[in-house]
Design a protein around this ligand. Structure first.
Ligand SMILES: Cc1cc2nc3c(=O)[nH]c(=O)nc-3n(C[C@H](O)[C@H](O)[C@H](O)COP(=O)(O)O)c2cc1C
Length: 137
């Protein structure tokens, strides 16, 4: 039987001191580590928030999330959801990266993420809406 897979999502605040090259370095590090670990996912960011989906074997996802949550390069890390999945949503991306801008075709998505970024707690309904958002990216 194959290992149970877990999909975890969270949202965090980006400190104003974080630069574009800091984000590029985070992305590079995430890709390198996740390739070794067998994790996949997608990291979205607006100017204000990161929203990440991380998936893989449950113990690995949880232990890496604990490391990520303690990273000082972001703040106020809030878990949105954890759910068991039968197959990966992003099997080809060790860590995809998408920068969302206010002005272009992603303006709505940016606004939604910035709105969720103001919340501290996420209901199952929020988690469901955010799962759909990751499907739409
Ligand atoms: C927004 C954000 C997303 C991150 N995503 C990942 C990730 O997907 N995988 C990962 O291994 N580290 C990720 N990191 C980096 C970890 O916090 C941590 O620095 C790293 O895993 C430490 O391992 P290393 O020193 O062996 O590279 C992320 C950090 C931030 C701020």
């Amino acid at each position: 039987m194959s290992e149970p897979l877990l999909q975890l999502t969270y949202i965090s605040d980006i400190p104003s001191s974080l630069t574009a090259s800091d984000i590029a370095a985070i992305h590079q590090q995430a890709n390198r580590n996740n390739q070794q670990l067998g994790l996949t996912g997608l990291l979205l960011h607006t100017g204000r928030h990161f929203m990440q989906l991380l998936e893989g074997p449950a113990p690995l996802v949880r232990s890496r999330f604990a490391i990520i949550a303690a990273d000082p390069r972001h703040q106020q890390v809030r878990l949105i959801s954890e759910r068991s999945i039968a197959s990966r949503q992003f099997p080809n991306w060790h860590m995809g990266l998408k920068r969302l801008l206010d002005q272009d075709e992603d303006a709505d998505l940016t606004a939604v993420i910035n709105l969720y970024g103001q919340q501290q707690h996420f209901s199952p309904q929020h988690a469901e809406a955010i799962a759909l958002l990751f499907q739409a990216v």
